[in-house]
Design a protein around this ligand. Structure first.
Ligand code: GMT
Length: 375
């Protein structure tokens, strides 16, 4: 197949999944064309059958808000025409599904370009619900030929919030390359973050308010009062300054390391003893899956689709959103009990490998594409 893929190229789960999907599809013999305003962050180096087309934007003074959706539609139209694409796969509905719809209209019916849209999270649970986006989001997702959601939770939210018929949405979960995300990954940076006898607690996110980064710091603050530990915060975003300010206020600044954006998070997660994800909303929680595949038990909020990935008391612990003391208690219990930690680590690894590996999930997308193309 000849497939176009559009995603947000910056740091974030939807861009990571879209890129890994494209690379895996190309490795399986398909031709993949990424179309975006920048090269997706995980698209490094050259790979056979993989192409990148940058969306060109005119910097015109009248455009206080440059119309990216239109420029993307033109780029999708152009790529579909020049490379004879069979389908375009849009990751995150806003504005990508709208641009794909426009590109298909511009191509005309006889060209028969198919559109698959994957709903990832706040396109449905937050931004898409806003009155300024709700109707166009509904229109464009209903106008897609195929619709996938990354969890049952997100499918339910789409049915409820956008009156999309249930049977129109196929759940295909996120996935990770278990050869890359693994507990025995080398080099291990452990000694850079903690001294002998200290545990490493980790958090990876884009530090948006939904991630509750300050809860991470508060939970850790209570943990380190009882267990020698360090907190490694990976990623960047709007709430990072508040989280680091809180670490100062709690007088644990010297025990918390803010690494910022890191090009190889897989090298970091394999040294984590515990992963914290106290998000308020999370349609799936790709970071939790990456932690599990890296052998780190997860303490997370019982929010959104997280319980579909992390099983309470099996691969980690789930607590109510904002239950800082409960999360800290669970963290201390895990870090103090090596057997419990190892049991949860093995259980998480097992789930990651048996349900969420590239080998298991990518064929689900291929089969879905075939269905869409033959419908
Ligand atoms: O939905 C967003 O705001 C961004 C998006 C992203 O690009 O990281 O996150 C969502 O998609 C990820 C990949 O499918 C999921 O793992 C995240 O849980 C989801 N984020 C939220 O639902 C907040």
């Amino acid at each position: 197949m000849k497939i176009g893929i559009t995603c947000y190229p910056t740091y974030g789960g939807s861009g990571a999944v879209a890129t890994e999907l494209g690379l895996a599809l190309a490795a399986r013999g398909h031709e993949v064309h990424f179309v975006s305003y920048d090269q997706p962050f995980r698209l490094a180096g050259l790979q056979e059958r993989v192409f990148f087309h940058q969306v060109e934007m005119e910097d015109y003074p009248l455009f206080e808000h440059p119309p990216y959706a239109l420029a993307l539609a033109v780029a999708l139209h152009d790529t579909a025409l020049r490379h004879d694409l069979d389908l375009v796969h849009m990751h995150y509905a806003i504005p990508h599904a709208v641009s794909a719809y426009l590109a298909r209209q511009m191509l005309g019916d006889e060209r028969g370009l198919r559109i698959v849209t994957t709903l990832h999270g706040t396109d449905i649970t937050l931004v898409g619900l806003h009155p300024s986006f709700h109707e166009i989001t509904r229109f464009s997702i209903l106008g897609s030929d195929g619709l996938t959601a990354v969890s049952d939770y997100l499918k339910e939210q789409t049915v409820e919030g956008f009156s999309v018929p249930e049977k129109r949405i196929q759940v295909i979960p996120n996935f990770i390359d278990t050869h890359v995300w693994r507990p025995d990954r080398q080099p291990c940076h452990r000694a850079k973050f903690a001294s002998e006898g200290e545990s490493i607690v980790m958090h990876v996110s884009n530090f948006r308010p939904v991630k509750r980064a300050e809860d991470v710091v508060s939970v850790f603050s209570r943990i380190q009062e009882r267990v020698p530990a360090r907190l490694v915060m990976v990623g960047d975003g709007p709430d990072r300054p508040r989280a680091s300010q809180l670490a100062r206020e709690l007088d644990i600044e010297d025990r918390v390391l803010f690494l910022g954006k890191h090009p190889a998070v897989e090298d970091l997660l394999s040294c984590a003893d515990l992963f914290l994800l106290p998000s308020e909303k999370e349609s799936f929680g790709l970071a939790a899956l990456e932690a599990m595949a890296s052998g780190a038990p997860v303490i997370a909020a019982r929010a959104g689709g997280i319980p579909e990935v992390v099983e309470d008391r099996v691969s980690g612990r789930l607590l109510d959103v904002g239950d800082v003391s409960g999360m800290a208690e669970a963290g201390v219990e895990l870090l103090e009990d090596k057997d419990l930690r190892e049991r949860m680590s093995s259980a998480g690894l097992e789930v990651a490998q048996s349900r969420y590996s590239t080998e298991i999930v990518v064929p689900q997308y291929e089969a879905y594409y075939e269905r869409v193309l033959s419908s």
